[in-house]
Design a protein around this ligand. Structure first.
Ligand code: NAD
Ligand code: UDP
Length: 321
């Protein structure tokens, strides 16, 4: 069984490759390393069943010519390539729009051509600054279509529209996971997301940068839990066209998170306030009823248990002082 994973060198893509390989799959990862790190794939390479193709999936799929014949017919494609942190997509807005629009169109073309199943990585950002709380899959969202986040959230909404239209129009087996804030080993310390930002600052003895009043909330899912949910969505039968939230409903204010990180690292809580970025969602929490019903899935790792291994991985990556 062969799977393609776009965005394989990234945080989530690399964990998904490891999981597929553990389950006995052969995996071809496609990544242009724009935000990823090939070191994330060291364990995958050691299996002897992993191939990395360095290529931009927004371009036509010319990289497929570079794969040997036995790797030409995947059973499954996980389309995870996309800058994902506000700093990354702020730096790469047009590339982010391209990979979610053109990259998704290419992935759909591949699914039509080979008959493989396709899972699209979407995001809770599709709900924008939500007026419904917690967010169910039926909620249409509250998104600023021309704001600073639009290159990401509107791109993902387009990708969802393209995939669901393709399922209806062509009968491909496409599925969508709406991922809520996820953390764990292999996140980049400098990707600007709140958990690496707080852990990095606390490890360096610097104050934690809280944007706005810190009352905004997020619900943080440990990567192993997320991967389990995605693996089930990708492998269970009868889920074509389904869109499922996968995330941990445990909701924390940013200030609470700052307190927890400081406590776990045994350092006094020191906060430096910064302005709230435009369109920063006020609150976010997944309703995971559908994931429970369809996938028999729910998260197992609470934040205070997922943070220590995450912090340990940041320690290893911290440049020497
Ligand atoms: P990441 O930045 O660590 O990984 C993304 C990977 O995609 C990187 O390796 C990057 O080099 C690659 N990539 C980007 N554009 C590409 C292109 N045009 N061609 C080939 N490769 C390309 O991000 P992540 O956190 O692992 O996110 C992975 C996916 O999950 C993204 O689609 C993201 O939108 C989605 N997601 C993540 C989260 C989260 O909390 N981590 C939440 C919601 C959705
Ligand atoms: N945040 C913060 N300090 C930081 C980084 C982020 O206070 O150094 C806040 C940010 O404003 C947001 C929350 O933490 O309200 C989560 O930010 P992140 O970028 O991790 O995820 P997203 O906003 O995409 O959910």
């Amino acid at each position: 069984m062969l799977a393609y994973v776009t965005g394989a060198a990234g945080f989530l893509g690399s964990h998904l490759c490891d999981r597929l390989l553990r389950e006995g799959w052969a995996v071809a990862g496609i990544d242009n390393l724009v935000t990823g790190d090939a070191r994330n794939l060291d364990a995958a390479r050691r299996t002897g069943r992993f191939t990395l193709v360095e290529a931009d999936v927004s371009l036509p799929w010319t990289w497929r010519d570079r794969l040997p014949g036995e790797l030409s017919a995947p059973r499954l494609v996980l389309h995870f390539a996309s800058p994902a942190s506000p700093i990354d997509y702020g730096r790469l807005p047009l590339e982010t729009l391209a990979v979610n629009a053109l990259g998704t169109m290419h992935a759909v073309a591949l699914a039509r051509e080979t008959g493989c199943r396709l899972v699209l990585a979407s995001t809770s950002e599709c709900y924008g600054d939500p007026l419904e709380h917690p967010q169910r899959e039926t909620y249409w969202g509250n998104v600023n279509p021309i704001g600073l986040r639009a290159c990401y959230d509107e791109a993902k909404r387009y990708a969802e529209a393209y995939l669901t239209s393709a399922v209806r129009a062509t009968g491909i087996d496409g599925r969508i996971v709406r991922i809520f804030n996820t953390y764990g080993p292999r996140m980049r310390l400098d990707d600007g997301r709140v958990i690496p930002a707080f852990c990095g600052a606390a490890l360096r003895g610097e104050p934690l940068t809280v944007f706005g009043d810190g009352a905004q909330t997020r619900s943080f899912c440990y990567v192993d839990d997320l991967v389990e949910g995605i693996y089930r969505l990708a492998t269970l039968p009868g889920l074509a066209g389904r869109i499922v939230n996968v995330g941990n409903p445990g909701e924390f204010t940013v200030t609470e998170l700052a307190g927890l990180v400081s406590a776990l690292l045994g350092v006094p809580l020191r906060i430096e306030r910064r302005p709230l970025p435009p369109d920063d969602p006020t609150r976010r929490r997944p309703d995971i009823t559908l994931a429970r019903d369809l996938l028999g899935w729910e998260p197992r790792v609470p934040l205070d248990q997922g943070l220590p291994p995450t912090i340990a991985s940041f320690r290893e990556r911290l440049p020497p002082a």
